[in-house]
Write a protein that binds this ligand. Sequence first.
Ligand code: FPP
Length: 245
Amino acid sequence: MSIKEQLNTNIPKHLAIIMDGNGRWAKSKGLLRALGHESGTKTVNRVVDACRDLGIEYLTLYAFSTENWNRPKLEVDTLMRLLVKSLKRELSNFIKGGIRLNVIGNIDALPKKAKEELLSVMEKTKDLDTVVLTLALSYGAREELVNTVQELAEKAKNNLISPHLITEDVIKEHLYTKNIPDVDLLIRTSGEQRISNFLLWQIAYAELYFTPVLWPDFKEEDLYEALLNYQQRERRFGKTSEQLS
Ligand code: FPP
């Protein structure tokens, strides 16, 4: 039986990925970092298609962090250009595959062209529901939490909510990810074992999977391997094994 056939059951509903290693991939080949990002974009397309084929309903990709603004301007410009180019190219694939585009992060901080293209693709795919593909762009989890606290404090100040009624569910409803379930599996490529300010609230019970494979080299088989590994884990959510069985 092929790996793919073994993956029929217990597919995570929400997969999140920290795509890391584009720069090292390029360096190892004596190429410019930009070519690493370009190759990483091809991996994005492959992984989106693979997730759709596997029945993963929510895929969230860390494409650009709030900290990434500190990179050299040329590299930031390259990433934004790649984003626009790949959105234009992938729109027909999104429509064919039932992929709805969603964005989390401070979209207003993005260049006008990138923001416009994102909004346009989001509008054109808003009724699709096979996969919700969320790009985290100019995203930082602490910033998301600060926003949430500010919104709730404002509501409390205006007597729209009473502080003792601020529950976990209420907080969830104020996050950028309000319509998305918690993350089941988080993958990070390139051997780094960090969370880097990604979805801190939403990964509270996620399984974490770290692979040394650099993002441009990450293939369907690497995804299957991560999913097989996930399926072998016992998610207890604080209970005992006996309680679960
Ligand atoms: C990490 O590699 C990757 C990024 C900072 C950006 C991820 C972007 C892409 C995969 C391409 C564009 C995305 C879309 C959605 C079109 P790194 O540069 O940190 O690698 P390094 O740690 O080896 O230097």
